[in-house]
Design a protein around this ligand. Structure first.
Ligand SMILES: Nc1nc2c(ncn2[C@@H]2O[C@H](COP(=O)(O)OP(=O)(O)OP(=O)(O)O)[C@@H](O)[C@H]2O)c(=O)[nH]1
Ligand SMILES: [Mg+2]
Length: 315
């Protein structure tokens, strides 16, 4: 093991750069969609991909823990139901997809075995390099804390999340189940509202087209840029409607906003005394960006800071 940790440290910066480069690649719609399918063991991830491909490409089975390594497979999804708007936007019915199958992720406390640890680490990596992550649930098991943990990791990494509820062919009390999961998700994933949720069956193929549509749409939203003019008009209204508080009688001033980057959409607001701004006000602004500027269902980052001004420090 001599030198291994030095080697690791030497490699680390390249990995970080690569990760950043993957994210900043310009996306035109026609670029293959990097789509990772993740979830607990046995949710039906590999079966779903086989159904998409229409061939028995990946090993599946009734026991948990069949898939051990992430596997990438290229697929062409044909969208049979392009809307008029999508046609006007020049979206083609044949869409390239890079599907990534991953190992099932159990609750960390249960994972003792070394091989399983590696498999889970590998699945987490697949999330970091994907654009959209499908979190696949098992309709016969419902939503568990572990699912929220997986979704949370993806959102923290700035990835779009789409929820697929698999095995819908054997779901009991489907509408109650669906609404129950919706409510639990809205409760458990406070940072992203309205995460798309689709009932699917890897056996019958139900819901696959809807799932793919939601995934492509999420990427489109995640990659979009709003003009500075529109952004600041919204910002002025938002602040006029609900001005920032004035702790200790001194008003916090928020001056302007800019979209620093896309994928994930990230915004910076400049102002003074911003350290005193309550979290609830930040949430108010993020929700406004989501609802009023068309960034619903994807992670949105907002940094609020003082402008870089050498005199400001002294002041
Ligand atoms: N009824 C039903 N069973 C399904 C469906 N999809 C998968 N299964 C079954 O669920 C079991 C697990 O399927 P896999 O595709 O191996 O699950 P996985 O998520 O890849 O599991 P790991 O690789 O272990 O994480 C198998 O017995 C499948 O036949 C479905 O849509 N409906
Ligand atoms: Mg599998």
């Amino acid at each position: 093991g001599d030198g291994v940790s030095d080697l690791f440290q030497a490699i680390q910066p390249y990995v970080e750069n690569f990760k950043a480069a993957v994210l900043e690649e310009p996306t035109d719609e026609s670029a293959p969609l990097k789509l990772a399918i993740v979830g607990r063991p046995n949710a039906g991830k590999s079966t779903l991909i086989n159904k998409m491909l229409n061939e028995d490409r990946l090993i599946t089975g009734p026991e948990a823990g069949i898939t051990r390594d992430s596997i990438t497979v290229d697929w062409n999804w044909h969208d049979d139901a392009l809307t008029e708007d999508e046609k006007l936007d020049g979206i083609e019915p044949d869409r390239k997809v890079r599907l990534i199958d991953t190992a099932g992720m159990r609750k960390r406390a249960k994972v003792n075995d070394k091989l399983e640890k590696l498999a889970v680490a590998d699945a987490r990596h697949a999330v970091d390099f994907a654009e959209v992550v499908v979190l696949l649930l098992d309709a016969t098991k419902g939503l568990e804390a572990q699912d929220l943990r997986i979704a949370d990791h993806a959102i923290q990494e700035g990835r779009c999340v789409v929820i697929g509820i698999n095995k819908w062919d054997v779901a009991e009390g489907p509408s109650k189940l669906f609404n129950g999961i919706r409510a639990a998700l809205d409760d458990g994933l406070a940072q992203v509202r309205d995460v798309p949720m689709i009932a699917v069956s890897a056996f019958t193929g139900k819901g696959i087209d809807q799932l793919m549509k939601a995934a492509f749409q999420a990427r489109r939203i995640w990659s979009q840029r709003v003009s500075t003019g529109t952004l600041n008009r919204w910002f002025e209204d938002a602040i006029a409607d609900n001005p920032p508080p004035a702790p200790g009688g001194k008003r916090i001033k928020l001056r302007y906003i800019t979209q620093a980057k896309t994928r994930p959409p990230s915004f910076v607001i400049f102002g003074t005394r911003v350290d005193d701004l309550p979290e609830s006000y930040r949430r108010y602004l993020v929700n406004g960006i989501r609802r009023e500027l068309g960034f619903g269902g994807v992670p949105v980052r907002l940094i609020i800071r003082a402008p870089k001004n050498p005199y400001h420090e002294k002041e």
